[in-house]
Design a protein around this ligand. Structure first.
Ligand code: WTA
Length: 659
């Protein structure tokens, strides 16, 4: 655990209140379905009712919860198939012609995919995977851009009981190799590349490099994306190992039964950064996960049958898993899915998409909202955004200024904003307002959902009734992680050891006088850059893997657009010269080791790092330096002079800073 951050004391003083708009309340599904009354019973009964209402079971469950800290089993004797829930049952119910995805590529190409078409493509690819030797429980690595084949691959795995491990396309070959190795993936599904900001961002070369470094991949399936839409880069294919997706699909059958899975069978792994250099393979299972994501999607976004819903996240992160793929499809909803960046070809791409598809619900991240703020209100003003009804936010605390901008300029002051707090580990939304029901305050995620028990506690674990402390979860919830792949000890130590019997979130939070929750940010060595979780230790170990670096310390400094920015304090070895180009090379080295998202924005060279007498780097002080704050108590430092020296360097313009 790192030193306590200043952020816990940085209470927001925000008292504006926004009551639920009457027109949203009048058609609220929450009110129509009587959720408040249901929530009065026990949380087990509540979730069992949702599991029966929203999920189709092959064999109904009779057991609701088996809880032996830290192992939860939900609906354990029930059986189901997630792909059947997301696709086949809707087709059988006569919804085959309903659009599942309005997909739009960055160059402007589009695909409209109905539930029947998606079901058939998934069944075909499930047969392809089987043909490549993938069976129940096998792990499939997925390294794809935001194209329809990404949900198709995930659902094809779910259909045959295989486990997908999606790796965000922005991660490097190294990061992909580590993830493949950790869970011994048998097959890798990738693409030649995807479009980003008008250019083909290639994936296959990194995929090749990763596969060469690992020993378990038997087959690589390659989707032709950029090559099929204008890029003429030659992609090398290894005979016998690599196969084009379109070749394999050409004569695959649409006849593929859904495997009957136990509610607690593994659905997927998703790697996330923790406080050590090694990412954790977060495990999510079947019945409880589907129940909670379907419930939260339906009520938090108030999804009506004809709605057009757009979650603008990347499927490479948990938000995309739960709220682009599993929840909207389980609820038979029509989604927009977009491949590229928001500034291509113009800075109004998002607003153009909303106008053209008539999007009713938009779910995005504060970092995107702050970027839109920078681009100016002229961009959204070019478009008719009157179709919007509900706006969502996720991934990091939303500052009241960004909230107000979203409310005014995107929501036209009529759309409730749902600030949803959750994590990769929680699988689904945990704390959020309900549109048409909750009075919101800008920057507060408001209240826990029914069936979710959270508490703020102090250092000693005493409940904090009002004020700040650490966020904890006191009861198991259906979509909670079931473990860390291959490392039960780490699962227990990270989440369950600090406050016995409770889940330790890793976020600082406060509860105000009205009982509203405000989640302030991480209290561990995890940074949040543009809503992405990045471990300080992971970046540090990438830096010291360069032979010229003796020591490195990394902190997240407050940044107006990205929430936090990565600042690295680096001590080069012996006679290494402290040049601008060394800084550049180190930034590139981190991008190669982990991915561009982890590249430090600023590198500050220093002779020494501030350490306690026991040798622990004092990141709090480095954060103070990086943010230009007054230094607090430095008496525990072994050498108080060090930090002054670093500060002088930071101020003297010594640092290497990215544009
Ligand atoms: C932060 C993303 C404040 C938090 C779904 C959490 C938030 C981490 C919010 C999880 C929010 C997410 N308000 N902070 N509404 N949503 N966070 O695993 O620090 O990528 O622990 O999951 O993001 O990030 P992850």
């Amino acid at each position: 655990m790192s030193d306590q951050p200043a952020t816990i004391e940085d209470y927001l003083d925000e008292n504006r209140k926004f009551p639920p708009p009457a027109d949203v309340a009048a058609r609220s599904l929450w009110i129509q379905d009587g959720i408040d009354a249901l929530a009065e019973g026990s949380s087990e009964e509540f979730w069992a009712a949702q599991a029966r209402a929203l999920v189709t079971w092959r064999k109904p469950f009779t057991e609701v919860l088996d809880w032996q800290v830290p192992n939860a089993k939900w609906f354990a004797d029930g059986t189901l198939n997630v792909a059947e829930n997301c696709l086949d049952r809707h087709v059988t119910a006569g919804m085959g012609d309903k659009v599942a995805y309005h997909w739009e590529g960055e160059p402007g190409d589009t695909r409209t995919i109905t539930y029947a078409e998606l079901r058939d493509e998934v069944a075909k690819f499930a047969n392809v995977l089987k043909g490549l030797g993938v069976g129940r429980g096998d792990r499939v690595a997925v390294y794809l851009p935001m194209i329809p084949e990404l949900p198709v691959t995930m659902l094809a795995c779910a259909r045959i009981g295989a486990v997908h491990s999606v790796v965000f396309g922005g991660f490097s070959a190294n990061a992909l190799a580590d993830r493949i190795d950790d869970s011994d993936c048998k097959v890798l599904v990738t693409a030649d590349g995807g479009w980003r900001r008008g250019k083909a961002a290639l994936l296959k070369p990194a995929a090749d490099e990763a596969v060469e470094r690992t020993s378990t991949i038997e087959h690589v399936v390659v989707v032709r994306r950029t090559g099929a839409s204008g890029d003429d880069t030659e992609i090398s294919m290894t005979a016998g190992r690599d196969h084009w997706y379109h070749d394999l699909m050409a004569d695959a059958s649409t006849d593929c039964a859904c495997e009957e899975m136990g509610a607690e069978d593994l659905l997927y792994l998703l790697y996330t950064s923790g406080t050590t250099a090694k990412p954790k393979g977060v495990m999510h299972t079947t019945g409880g996960y589907l129940t909670q994501v379907a419930f939260t999607h339906r009520y938090v976004f108030d999804i009506h049958p004809d709605d057009i819903y757009w979650c603008a996240a990347d499927v490479g992160w948990v938000t995309g898993h739960s709220y682009i793929v599993y929840a909207p499809l389980a609820n038979g909803c029509t989604s927009v899915m977009y491949e590229g960046t928001p500034d291509h070809p113009g800075k109004d791409r998002f607003w153009d998409i909303i106008e053209r598809y008539g999007v009713n619900v938009l779910y995005t991240a504060p970092t995107a909202i702050r970027t839109f703020m920078k681009w100016g209100i002229e961009e959204p003003a070019k478009h008719d955004l009157s179709s919007l009804r509900v706006l969502g936010s996720v991934g990091e605390p939303i500052n009241p200024e960004a909230w107000m901008w979203y409310h005014t300029n995107i929501g036209g002051e009529r759309c409730p904003i749902v600030d949803t707090w959750w994590q990769t580990e929680t699988g689904g939304i945990m704390v959020s307002p309900i549109p048409g029901v909750t009075t919101t305050k800008p920057g507060s995620a408001t209240f826990p959902l029914p069936g979710i028990s959270v508490e703020i506690v102090d250092e000693a674990g005493n409940k904090v009734e009002r004020g700040g402390g650490y966020l904890t979860i006191t009861e198991p919830w259906p979509s909670m992680l079931r473990g860390v792949w291959g490392d039960p000890e780490r699962f227990f130590d990270t989440y369950w050891s600090r406050y016995p019997g409770r889940y330790f979130v890793g976020d600082g939070a406060k509860i105000d006088d009205d009982g509203y929750y405000w989640v302030i940010g991480r209290v561990d060595d995890v940074m949040n850059v543009s809503g992405h979780r990045i471990s300080t230790t992971e970046v540090e170990s990438a830096l010291v893997s360069d032979p010229r670096v003796a020591e490195a310390a990394v902190v997240g400094a407050t940044d107006a657009t990205t929430g936090q920015a990565i600042v690295a304090f680096v001590t080069p070895k012996g006679d290494t010269e402290w040049t601008e180009s060394l800084g550049e090379e180190l930034r590139r080295h981190v991008a190669d080791e982990i991915g561009k998202i982890s590249r430090p924005k600023t590198i500050i060279f220093t002779d020494d790092l501030p350490k306690t007498r026991s040798g622990k780097i004092m990141r709090r002080l480095l954060r103070d330096v990086a943010e230009g704050r007054d230094l607090g108590d430095t008496t525990t430092l072994a050498d108080p002079g060090v930090v002054e020296e670093i500060r002088r360097r930071a101020e003297d313009g010594g640092p290497t800073t990215a544009e």
